[in-house]
Design a protein around this ligand. Structure first.
Ligand SMILES: [Zn+2]
Length: 179
């Protein structure tokens, strides 16, 4: 009858879809055939309570697929929205200048303003303290963020304020490593 009918019939029967409209199929197919290239174990300052989870990164032909799976996000305050960035530093140490201060600033080798840093990402939306986010980005490759940090902040990112979106303190951090 029409194109959409044909497409849904194709999906229902499991036929190979040749349309280029389905990034979903591309991504799901990729994750079925490949293990992540890199991972980060993310924890709060007390690793046995508070935010904790994993971030996995796949280098795909379409960009870096980043999957965030975190539990234990705090209630209140920031509307359940938590800024997320890759930071330039290679350590989550707290060196006197606030929690996870060794993570440094947003990963920004080009000297751009926020939110055009390579390390800028969509925020996490808490779902009863859990957040799950999957994003495709071509701002960076996996290799260049190895030994850098992923940081979750206490507040939303306003995507305007300099230098870091007025996102408040770092509440969780992890170092990205080859898997
Ligand atoms: Zn930024």
């Amino acid at each position: 009858m029409n194109g959409s009918m044909n497409r849904s019939e194709s999906m229902n029967t499991g036929d190979t879809m040749t349309t280029n409209a389905s990034m979903t199929r591309n991504i799901i197919g990729w994750t079925r055939k490949h293990l992540p290239d890199a991972v980060a174990r993310v924890t709060g300052r007390i690793s046995t309570s508070g935010p904790n989870g994993w971030i996995t990164l796949y280098q795909t032909p379409w960009g870096v697929l980043m999957v965030v799976d975190v539990q234990g996000l705090p209630d209140g305050g920031g509307a359940g929205i938590f800024a997320l960035h890759i930071h330039e530093g290679g350590s989550c140490a707290s060196a006197g200048a606030g929690p996870f201060s060794a993570a440094g600033e947003h990963y920004n080798p080009d000297g751009y303003q926020h939110p055009w840093h390579r390390g800028d990402l969509p925020p996490l939306f808490s779902c009863g303290g859990t957040a799950w986010l999957c994003v495709l980005t071509d701002r960076f490759g996996v290799e260049e963020v190895i030994d850098r940090t992923v940081v979750i902040h206490e507040n939303p990112d306003d995507f305007t304020s300099q230098p870091s979106g007025n996102a408040g303190e770092k509440i969780a951090c992890g170092v990205i490593k080859w898997r």
